[in-house]
Structures are given as C-alpha cells and as structure tokens.
Design a protein around this ligand. Structure first.
Ligand code: SF4
Length: 389
C-alpha cells in the first residue's frame, strides 16, 4: 500500500449501507434461500476455494473493479461491465457465470452469453441506483412526448451500458446504440450521422461531459429531461433547440465528488494530479487534470512516474487497490469521506460462498434472465456498439 494512503472517514449512511460496525445479520440484502454463511466464519476463504475447485471450468467468476478485495481474490477475470460480459461470452464451456457486480451487468452477460450458460448474481439486492433512475415506462412516456413535440423523428437514443436490459431493448427497437464510458464519443458521432439530436440515457453527466468536452457543444445545447415533470420540464422551443436531451440520472457514487474536493486536495498536496471518471459532475471534470473510464484510470496510474501524486475520483475499493498496487506513487481518494458503491458492496464473501456452494449442491441460485424479445433488441444495440468505427 502507498505509504501515504489515508483511509477516508465514514459517513453514517455509508456505514449503515455497508454494515460496517453494525449488525451484519441485518445487512444481507434480500433473503438467500438456504444457509448464508456468517461473515465471521473463519473458513470462508477455504470454503470458496473448495467450491471453486469442485466446480472447475464449469464456473467462471467475474469481478467488477469496484468489488471488495475479499471477493476480487476469487475472480477469474476483473474488468468493467462490458469487458466482463465479453469475457463470459468467450467462455462457452462455462455453464455458470457468477457475476460479482450489479444487476444490469448480469443482465448484459445473460444477453451476450449462449443459451446454455446461466448467469448468477450472488445477492439480488445488488442493483444500481443510476440504472434505476430510468424505468422503461418513464422512457416510453418521454419518447411519446418527444414524438408529440415533433422531435422524436430527428432523435437517436443512446444508452450508457449502466442501464437495465429494458432500456437497452428500447434503444435497440428505436435504432440506437449502447455506449460505455470509453466509447461515448464514438457512439455520439455515430448517432449524429443518423439524426440531429440524441436522447442520452440514463447518466446526465457522462452525456454532458462527452457532448461539451469532446463534441464542443455549449451547455445551452444540452437540456435535462426530468421524468418527474410534464414534458420533462422542457418547453417545445427548448426541445427544438437542443442538440442532446440528457436523462436526469446520475451515479450516486461519482456524483458525490465536488469542486470543493478538487480545490481542497490541490491546496493540501502541491503538484497533485486530479484524475476523475466522466460520471462525475461537469464542474468536477472540468477542474480535473485528466478524465477517463475505469480502465483508463488504471492505465494512467500504471504509466505515471514514480513519486507523482494522484487524487482519484472514482469508487473507493478500486482507488484503495490502486494505491496498494503502486506503492511508489502517492495515490489518494479525491474525497475525504467514504464513497463506496453500496449496492456493489452487497456482494461480499458470504454471498459468494453461498452462491458457489449452491452450485456445488446442484442448485442454480439467483439466476438472472432477460426476456427473449427484450434480449433480441438489447443485443442489436450492443452489437451496434461493437460495430462502432
Ligand atoms: S458505481 Fe454508480 S453507476 Fe456503478 S453500479 Fe454503483 S451506482 Fe451504479
């Protein structure tokens, strides 16, 4: 671990969600049929190893970068959500894909893997607050209202990978594309070759940051659709003038970083480089030295010179792991308080052990499936992303 690593202090809410310092029995998310091991069980690591060994190549464990270390140690591959789904699809011999991540990621894995492969999410309470901010009925209502306002015909829907299968299906049905934080610029270029406007779902910040910083749009050309207001809270004139209609969604983790966090670290650590994820607010991204996807953050830090100082604005498990991997650099968390993805953290070692042991016992727990019609359209939007130049 970097000698200068400082553990952020906890907030009451974060600690409650994570169960640290509280009753672990009350922090189990949804019920798991059968016996969930106690977090204090000293044999958890041995049990996970034994179950994995018994299952052999029939199981493939995927670990998202934001997962806890206690889970990551059992991942056959780590990565962002899209890379993990692709890797699962490239392992057709694996009957069971245990996805240590959140619900939309497991859905994408189910869409991209073969029919005989079954995707398991160790805790069904591992959702994503951003994905939940765009529900299919809301998006269908918005599209209907855009149609009535006479703008849907010129609008191409683009959804971030961090959305439900329903939303990816909607986008596929309406001639759009999925994007990741690495290829959002290319997805928008593709969309503007086909229409004058984009409806960007569900992360307003990734959409705004890409449109303004990479495509050169003005902030006035970006309007915000609030699904809780009539016609998104926008007038027809605003809709006609907009180049990009941003859905009012955000990541509750990356949305926590503020301009104050950036200024505070610059005052405290002279010469520090601020490196943030594009899901952060526009003013934070604008004030940072570098912006990039999770994979880019990992690459930038691995290539940074020894002795350099980095304040990183992304999920805490990843930042702490990077500090550990780069003891020759000063890696710190951008915020002073804890900033985990609480739903991602639902997947802990007891849940992983439980899921693996259920598979050993011949039962497939918490299987995630996507309905065939939705999967077909979502797949077309994902394939369109893969075909981006
Ligand atoms: S970090 Fe944000 S976008 Fe990622 S799963 Fe957690 S809430 Fe969703």
């Amino acid at each position: 671990m970097s000698a200068t690593w400082v553990e952020p202090s906890g907030t009451a809410t974060a600690l409650l969600l994570l169960g640290r310092g509280s009753d672990a029995d009350s922090e189990r998310g949804v019920d798991c049929p059968g016996e969930l091991p106690a977090p204090s069980d000293p044999d958890l690591v041995a049990r996970a190893r034994a179950a994995k060994a018994t299952l052999g190549d029939r199981v493939f464990v995927l670990g998202h970068h934001y997962q806890r270390d206690e889970v990551i140690q059992f991942a056959d591959v780590t990565g962002d959500s899209f890379k993990l789904a692709q890797r699962a699809a490239a392992r057709p011999d694996a009957e069971w894909i245990v996805f240590c991540g959140v619900h939309f990621m497991a859905e994408s894995a189910d869409i991209l893997t073969a029919d005989h492969q079954q995707v398991v999410l160790p805790d069904l309470a591992a959702g994503c607050s951003m994905a939940d901010m765009a529900a299919l009925p809301q998006v269908e209502t918005a599209w209907q209202q855009l149609t009535e306002a006479g703008v849907a015909g010129q609008t191409v829907p683009v959804t971030y990978m961090n959305s439900s299968a329903d939303i990816k299906g909607f986008v596929g049905r309406n001639g759009g594309v999925v994007c990741t934080s690495s290829n959002a610029r290319r997805a928008l270029d593709w969309a503007y070759e086909r229409g004058e406007k984009v409806l960007f779902l569900p992360d307003q910040h990734l959409g705004r940051n890409t449109a303004v910083l990479e495509l050169g749009f003005t902030l006035d050309e970006c309007v915000l659709w609030d699904p809780h207001k009539p016609q998104g809270g926008l007038t027809e004139a605003q809709l006609r003038q907009a180049r990009i209609i941003l859905w009012r969604g955000h990541c509750s983790v990356h949305g926590r970083f503020t301009l104050d966090s950036v200024q505070e670290v610059r005052d405290r650590v002279p010469g520090v480089n601020v490196l943030v994820h594009p899901e952060c607010r526009h003013e934070v991204v604008t004030a940072a030295d570098e912006v990039g996807s999770t994979e880019k953050i990992i690459k930038v830090l691995s290539e940074a010179p020894a002795g350099s100082a980095w304040a990183v604005g992304t999920e805490l498990n990843l930042v702490r792991r990077l500090a550990h991997q780069h003891p020759d650099k000063q890696v710190m968390f951008l915020d002073k308080t804890v900033c985990y993805c609480s739903t991602m953290n639902r997947i802990d070692l007891p849940h992983l052990v439980w899921a693996l042991e259920e598979l050993v016992a011949g039962r497939v727990p918490n299987r995630i499936t996507v309905e065939a019609d939705t999967a077909r359209y979502a797949r077309s939007a994902l394939d369109q992303m893969l075909a981006l130049p």
